[in-house]
Design a binder for this molecule. Structure first.
Ligand SMILES: Cc1ncc(COP(=O)(O)O)c(C=O)c1O
Length: 445
C-alpha cells in the first residue's frame, strides 16, 4: 500500500517526531510556561503580536537576553539564533557600535522633529552604501513601501502598482492582491478590508516578462514593486535576464521600478542592487538597516527626485499622506550611522557569506545523504531549505523547527529560513547541520 507522505516524509514517522519533540520542549521549559500562565492573558490571543502564534512550539519561550547570534531564555537555555528577528537583527543582536550609539543618545533626547549632525552623517553613508539616491526615513519597511507607492502614483498620474504573485512588502494594503485563475483579486485571508484592491494593483507571476509587458501596455501601471528575489514565497530566484527585462520594459512604458531590498540586503554590501548592478528608480530597505532599531529608508534616483519635486510643487495644500510623527528621530540616526558605518561592512558581509555557504552546503549534503525531496537556496546570508514544488508544509515545518530548537538552534517560524550574522560562529553553523542530520536520519532512514 502506498505510504502517506508529507513533504516526502512518512506521515507516521513525522507524527511520532512531532509528538515527542513537543513534549520534550514543554517539559524542558517550566519557568516560561508558569510565567505565561500568569501574564499572557493581557494580550489578545495571549501574544503581543499575533505573528508570534506562528511559532510551532507548544508554548513560547520568554527571552531573558540576546547578544550576537545567541538568545538566552528564562529557563536558562542558550539558543543559536538563525531567525534573528526575521531579519531585524540580521547583523546580530545589539551590535556593539549600535548599543554604544543608543547609550550615547539616550540621555540626549529621543524624538524632536528636528535633525541632528548624525542625520547628516547617516545621509552621506546611505549614499555611499546604497547609491546616490535622495533619502527619506521611515520607521517600518511597510511604511517606506507605502510612501514609495504614493510617490510613484503622484509622479506618473497612474493608479496601479504591478506586483508579483506571492510577494510580501509588509502590511501595505494597496498591494495585498494575488492571482487566482489568471486574475488579480484581493488576497484571501485579509481581515477588515472592504476596498477593491484590484483598482490599484495588478499581480502577475514572478519571472513572467510577457505578463509584465501585457500589464504595462494598459498604461495604468505607475510602478513595478518587487523584491530582487522572492524571499517571501519560499525563495524564488530571478531567471537570467529578468531584472534587465523589468528595467527595459518599465522604461519603455513609463512606469517606475521600485526595488524592495528589505530581505535581499542579505545579498552583500549595498544589497542585491549593488551586487547585481540594478538601477531602481526607488530603493527601499528596512528591518536591519539601523541594527535592529525600528527604521526604514526609501531613496529616489536623481530623476525621480526631480519629478517628485515637480509633483509636490503642484499639489494642493494639505497633508501628503506620507510620513509618521516618530520617524527620523535622533535615536534612529545614531543607530543608522553606527550600522552603516561600522556594522554593515565588507568584512562582516564576507564572514556572513562564508558561513552561509558552509550552512547551505552542509544542509544540501544532509538532504542528498537522506534522499529527501528538498533543496537549499541561498541569497548571501539568507539560506532556506524548501520542499520540492516550493509548497509550504506547515506540519513538517512545525515538527522540524521544534526538533531543531530542542537541539539548540532557532530558525524562522515562517517557512524554513535561516540567517547568518557577523556574530555567528562556525560551531553554531555546524551544530545546526548536525541537528538537521539527526532529524533527517529519524525521518528518512
Ligand atoms: C520584502 C519585505 N518588504 C517589507 C517588509 C515589511 O517590513 P516591516 O514588517 O518591518 O514593515 C517585509 C517584511 O517581512 C518584507 O519581507
Amino acid at each position: 500500500m502506498a505510504q502517506d507522505l508529507i513533504a516526502g516524509i512518512a506521515k507516521d514517522r513525522l507524527e511520532k517526531l512531532a509528538q515527542r519533540e513537543a513534549k520534550r520542549y514543554a517539559t524542558a521549559r517550566p519557568t516560561a510556561k508558569a510565567a505565561l500562565a500568569k501574564g499572557a492573558d493581557a494580550y489578545l490571543g495571549g501574544v503581543p503580536l499575533h505573528w508570534m502564534t506562528d511559532w510551532p512550539m507548544p508554548h513560547l519561550p520568554l527571552v531573558a537576553r540576546a547578544k550576537g547570534a545567541r538568545l538566552t531564555d528564562i529557563d536558562g537555555y542558550e539558543i543559536d539564533d538563525f531567525c534573528l528577528g526575521d531579519t531585524g537583527s540580521m547583523f546580530g543582536h545589539s551590535p556593539a557600535p549600535v548599543a554604544k550609539a543608543i547609550r550615547a543618545q539616550a540621555p540626549r533626547g529621543l524624538t524632536y522633529m528636528l535633525p541632528t549632525e548624525d542625520a547628516l552623517a547617516a545621509g552621506r553613508l546611505l549614499q555611499e552604501v546604497f547609491g546616490p539616491f535622495r533619502w527619506q526615513i521611515a520607521t517600518t519597511a511597510t511604511d517606506a513601501n507605502r510612501f514609495a507607492i504614493r510617490v510613484a502614483r503622484a509622479i506618473t498620474g497612474r493608479p496601479k502598482i504591478l506586483v508579483f504573485n506571492g510577494c510580501y512588502h509588509g502590511t501595505v494594503d494597496d498591494v495585498m492582491v494575488e492571482l487566482s485563475g489568471g486574475k488579480t483579486q484581493n488576497r484571501q485571508g485579509l481581515m477588515g478590508q472592504v476596498a477593491d484592491l484590484t483598482l490599484g494593483a495588478t499581480a502577475v507571476e514572478f519571472n513572467d516578462l510577457t505578463a509584465v509587458e501585457a500589464a504595462l501596455k494598459t498604461g495604468e501601471i505607475a510602478a513595478i514593486l518587487t523584491e530582487p528575489v522572492m524571499t517571501n514565497s519560499c525563495m524564488v530566484l530571478p531567471d537570467a535576464g529578468f531584472h534587465d527585462g523589468l528595467r527595459l520594459l518599465s522604461r519603455r512604458y513609463g512606469a517606475l521600478l521600485i526595488i524592495d531590498e528589505t530581505h535581499t540586503i542579505s545579498s552583500g554590501l549595498g544589497g542585491y542592487t549593488a551586487v547585481h548592478s540594478l538601477s531602481p528608480d526607488i530603493f527601499v530597505v528596512g528591518k536591519c538597516v539601523a541594527g535592529g532599531l525600528p527604521t526604514a529608508v526609501w531613496g529616489l534616483s536623481d530623476e525621480t527626485a526631480k519629478r517628485y519635486e515637480e509633483a509636490n510643487a503642484k499639489r494642493a495644500p494639505g497633508h501628503s499622506g506620507m510620513g509618521t510623527t516618530l520617524s527620523a528621530n535622533p535615536l534612529q540616526f545614531a543607530c543608522l550611522k553606527a550600522t552603516l558605518g561600522e556594522v554593515m561592512t565588507a568584512k562582516n558581509y564576507a564572514h556572513m557569506e562564508k558561513l552561509a555557504e558552509r550552512l547551505s552546503h552542509g544542509l544540501a549534503e544532509v538532504i542528498a545523504r537522506h534522499k529527501a525531496p528538498w533543496h537549499v537556496v541561498r541569497v548571501g546570508a539568507r539560506v532556506e531549505f524548501t520542499e520540492a514544488g516550493h509548497a509550504h508544509q506547515p506540519q513538517a515545518e512545525a515538527a522540524l523547527h521544534t526538533a531543531l530548537l530542542n537541539r539548540g538552534s532557532l530558525i524562522a517560524p515562517f517557512h524554513n529560513m535561516m540567517l547568518v550574522s557577523p556574530a555567528t560562529k562556525k560551531r553554531q553553523v555546524d551544530r545546526l547541520i548536525t541537528a538537521f542530520n539527526d532529524v533527517l536520519t529519524e525521518l528518512f532512514s
